[in-house]
Design a protein around this ligand. Structure first.
Ligand code: FMN
Length: 225
């Protein structure tokens, strides 16, 4: 299988798609985690080509035109139907092109922000990112690595009140992205800065048993787990 952390040559950049779901731009813990991860990837793993989707301004929700267009054979779509899917098409292309997906998200009301659900809805497309087979649905986005960086106020990530990370793991797996590392700065209200600091260190450990040579780093698969 294609290993996204082992590009063909030392100079081949890894394409990193970063998705930010916090409504906050100032003081956002999840954004700080993503800043650090992307910085560390570029410094210690490989040169990166960064593509960012900031969901702060809220992606459009699926509507009747979108659903109708999506269910129409691509060859039969009208111009209006192609338009209805054009943003989704762009975001699907970005996701397909990514070697590494970084999702930075808060927990809102025990789940993901609606903006992140809307992004997932836009990229979950039959025939493009998953397909139905005689054995059931099959994800089409294999060979990618995903990091899910989570911030919460009181909800322990991985606990029974956390409906965000199990769902994200599930839907990413549904799309064929099964190599998912979750790093959490959770229970920030009680743990304060310690939660953020521990997550930053976890990012360091998951990326780096540091090697001065990116060529060595990127061929050591253990660096990314
Ligand atoms: C609308 C809203 C709902 C929230 N719901 C929860 C929740 O259910 N559980 C929780 O632990 N924290 C909750 N929080 C707190 C955030 O998860 C926490 O402040 C987190 O740090 C936000 O991420 P950010 O720092 O990247 O913006 C909520 C915050 C907001 C604004």
């Amino acid at each position: 299988m294609h290993n996204p952390i082992a590009p063909a040559s030392e100079t081949t950049p890894l394409t990193v798609l970063r998705i930010d779901a916090s409504a906050r731009s100032n003081g956002s813990v999840s954004r700080q985690l993503a800043d650090h991860l992307v910085d560390q990837l570029g410094r210690n793993v490989a040169p990166i080509h960064l593509v960012q989707r900031d969901l702060r301004d809220n992606p459009p929700l699926l509507d009747e035109a979108w659903v109708g267009a999506n269910f129409t054979d691509p060859a039969q779509r009208t111009e209006a139907q192609r338009q209805a899917l054009s943003l989704s098409d762009t975001w699907v292309s970005e996701l397909m092109a990514a070697d590494i997906l970084v999702i930075a998200t808060p927990i809102y009301n025990f789940s993901v922000p609606a903006a992140l659900k809307a992004w997932i809805d836009q990229v979950t497309r039959a025939r493009l990112t998953f397909q139905y087979t005689e054995h059931g649905p099959k994800g089409l986005l294999s060979g990618k690595k995903a990091y899910v960086l989570v911030a919460s106020g009181g909800t322990p990530v991985g606990g029974e009140m956390d409906f965000a990370t199990p769902w994200l793991r599930f839907i990413l797996g549904f799309l064929g992205i099964t190599d998912v590392t979750v790093i959490a700065a959770d229970r920030g209200m009680a743990r304060g800065n310690e939660a953020r600091q521990a997550a930053l260190e976890q990012i360091n450990h998951s990326l780096v048993r540091h090697s001065p040579s990116p060529a060595h780093a990127i061929h050591d698969a253990s660096l990314i787990h």
